[in-house]
Ligand binder design. Structure first.
Ligand code: C2E
Ligand code: CA
Ligand code: CA
Length: 619
């Protein structure tokens, strides 16, 4: 007595078209309630069936799309809990789909960003508009993932948001390369410290939020003697030293301060919100002390020190660029006033720095424009007044200013490294002169050349010299190199190596300004030294000051013991000359005999230079 439903494909014989026929057999009852007959209804349901099939296929297609999508897909109900997750999402989460379904993001997996996530979902429910944001979270294998999540409202029949669909695209790789680009743009590759760009950004930020009654300090730090380490021990060792210096600097400041590397051996520290100046003095002193400690590089202990310059916001300037420049000038002042110290910026420094800058660029030009010239000051044998050589002394014939003395530009040339080029020029000129004079006469004339420490630090000084000798035809015995005592105290072997090379070539070596330096006499025997030049300040007081007289006598007896020649420089009076000769000094140089002369005046110099009454006593 039931309704009987059936369907059946029938094929029309005429056109062979297939039609799906649904047949229903319904019982028909009479008044007494018994089945009186059967009503048969048949209808064509081909279209409906095809529609249903299409729908199922579509549904299946969408489902496979979603289930196989590399994106994570989740559907959220009004309570922010998940009602669907696709396999990708499930596979990334500990506990799979079971753990995710029925939970809100903050319940599972939880984490700092999920609260914000729920707020976004709530917003989509409230506004029925899309949302897109990035979410960082941890996958079940421990990897940190970054997903770009797109939330889309799903509307019900009445137009209100029923559910929210969340599709998450894995942008971890993109994020990683973004981080990498950020690192490259803002951090120093060697030390991983912020670079100049990031430092400037932090500085601008610090300025914008600075508190009244507080200062922000820009501290510039430059390692003294780093270049020497780099040149003599190699770049790998130099790099190691920089990394260690970076670690020490970080240990000197608070966590909120910025320690940056600007390149080379130049570091900067940003110290915001400082209430008192003596805090900065303390920090600077700590930095200097920490960098003073020996660096253990490989098996060697290396000593570098540092110079520190400080500029303050808002006291010195309110402009970030100025502050950096000012801290730099202050740092240079610290360097020039003996290194290992710190200096605060003052207004006067700007004026000085500008002057130095123009001096430096003019000096560069001077080399190219041929404004440098060598003068020669004769050296004589005290016993016979015979001219036996001369010291080459540098002059700068500045077109606007006239002659500039080396004291005014040699220190700057040493600081900037220009002395290496200048020194090479001096060597070539002096060798040429020595060749000319020695070839034209049967008497030998030794030319003394002043060498600066920086020239030793540049590579291959001995090779350069050998080349110049070759090029100019100068013989080594026509030359003497004058070096300062401080050079012998340099720790690296390159000084010893170079000096031994010169000595074995036959070039003699003199210690200049002897007695003014550290006077550690032991090096007189360790290094191949031929000559001591007694400093002018002692010579000039031998006849007026007993202690100086004793000192000069002591120097002369040391030299005698060690078999070294002594040259007295700055001899101005016949009394001085007499004293020196009486105590065994052989050679003299000074205004008493001659001032430094241009090269052209040298050939006409008499063989003997007797004390010149007109020069006597004049500086
Ligand atoms: P220094 O090597 O001690 O040179 C001697 C200086 O004393 C010269 O000064 C010379 O003119 C001066 N002098 C010589 N006799 C007398 C005297 O009787 N009385 C007085 N009061 N002074 C005298 P100058 O030429 O101004 O050179 C100064 C310094 O510059 C030199 O001192 C040397 O250290 C440096 N210098 C000069 N030429 C060169 C160079 O080619 N290379 C390098 N690296 N330094 C150089
Ligand atoms: Ca000299
Ligand atoms: Ca000297």
């Amino acid at each position: 007595m039931q309704v009987c439903i059936d369907d059946e494909w029938v094929v029309a014989p005429a056109n062979r078209e297939r039609t799906l026929i649904e047949t229903r057999l319904l019982p028909v009852f009479d008044a007494g309630g018994t089945v009186a007959g059967v009503l048969g209804v048949a209808r064509d349901i081909t279209e409906r069936r095809r529609f249903e099939e299409r729908l199922a296929r579509r549904e299946h297609e969408f489902r496979t799309l979603v289930e196989n999508s590399p994106d994570t897909v989740a559907r959220y109900g009004k309570d922010c809990r998940r009602i669907y997750v696709n396999p990708t999402f499930a596979s990334l989460s500990v506990g799979g789909a079971d753990a995710l379904l029925g939970k809100a993001p903050s319940e599972f997996p939880g984490g700092p960003d999920t609260v914000l996530y729920e707020k976004h979902i709530a917003d989509v429910f409230a506004t029925a508009s899309d949302r897109e944001f990035e979410l960082s979270w941890q996958a079940n294998d421990g990897r940190r993932l970054c997903h770009l999540i797109r939330l889309t409202p799903e509307l019900g029949a009445n137009g209100t948001v029923e559910t929210v669909l969340a599709v998450g695209r894995d942008i971890s790789e993109l994020q990683a390369s973004r981080v990498k680009i950020h690192r490259l743009a803002y951090f120093d590759a060697l030390t991983a410290l912020p670079n100049r760009v990031l430092f400037n950004e932090h500085l601008r930020q610090a300025i914008s939020v600075s508190l009244p009654d507080h200062v922000t300090a820009v501290v510039m730090i430059d390692l003294d003697r780093f270049k020497g380490v780099n040149d003599t021990m190699g770049h790998a060792v130099g790099d190691e030293l920089l990394c260690e210096a970076a670690r020490r600097l970080l240990a000197c400041v608070r966590p909120g301060d910025t320690v940056a590397r600007f390149g080379g051996d130049e570091f900067a520290v940003l110290i915001p919100e400082v209430s008192a100046r003596d805090v900065l003095e303390q920090i600077s002193a700590t930095i200097i002390d920490r960098l003073d400690e020996p660096f253990l590089l490989g098996a060697r202990e290396v000593f570098v020190s540092c110079s520190v310059g400080i500029a303050l916001y808002p006291d010195d300037s309110t402009d970030a660029k100025d502050l950096l420049r000012y801290a730099d000038s202050a740092m240079y002042l610290a360097k020039r006033s003996g290194r290992r110290g710190y200096r605060f910026y003052t207004k006067e420094l700007t004026i000085e720095a500008t002057a130095r800058l123009s001096l430096e660029s003019e000096l560069r030009r001077a080399i190219d424009q041929g404004e440098l010239e060598l003068y020669y000051q004769p050296q004589i044998l005290l016993r016979s007044a015979e001219v036996i050589g001369s010291e080459a002394l540098l002059r700068w014939n500045h077109p606007g200013v006239g002659f500039i003395r080396p004291a005014q530009f040699v220190p700057l040339a040493e600081e900037t490294g220009l002395i290496v080029d200048i020194g090479r020029w001096v060597l070539r000129e002096a060798c040429r002169a020595a060749t000319e004079w020695n070839s034209a006469s049967d008497k030998s004339h030794k030319v003394s050349i002043n060498l600066s420490v920086r020239q030793f630090q540049a590579r291959d000084l001995a090779v350069t010299i050998a080349e110049i000798l070759d090029e100019t035809g100068c013989r080594p015995e026509w030359l003497e190199f004058e070096i300062t005592e401080s050079l012998l105290l340099e720790e690296d072997d390159s000084v010893m190596t170079s000096l031994l090379a010169f000595s074995s070539m036959g070039i003699s070596i003199a210690i200049d300004d002897f007695g003014t330096g550290y006077s550690a006499l032991s090096y007189l025997t360790r290094f191949p030294i031929d000559t001591l030049k007694i400093d002018r300040t002692f010579v000039q007081q031998v006849t007026t000051d007993r202690r100086h007289a004793e000192l000069v006598k002591a120097i002369l007896s040391i030299a005698r013991c060690l078999g070294q020649r002594v040259v007295a420089e700055g001899v101005e009076t016949t009394e001085q000359a007499a004293f020196l000769e009486a105590h065994g000094c052989e050679v003299a140089q000074g205004f008493l005999y001659s001032k430094p002369l241009p090269k052209s005046a040298m050939p006409s110099l008499p063989r003997r230079l007797h004390p010149n009454a007109t020069n006597e006593g004049k500086p």
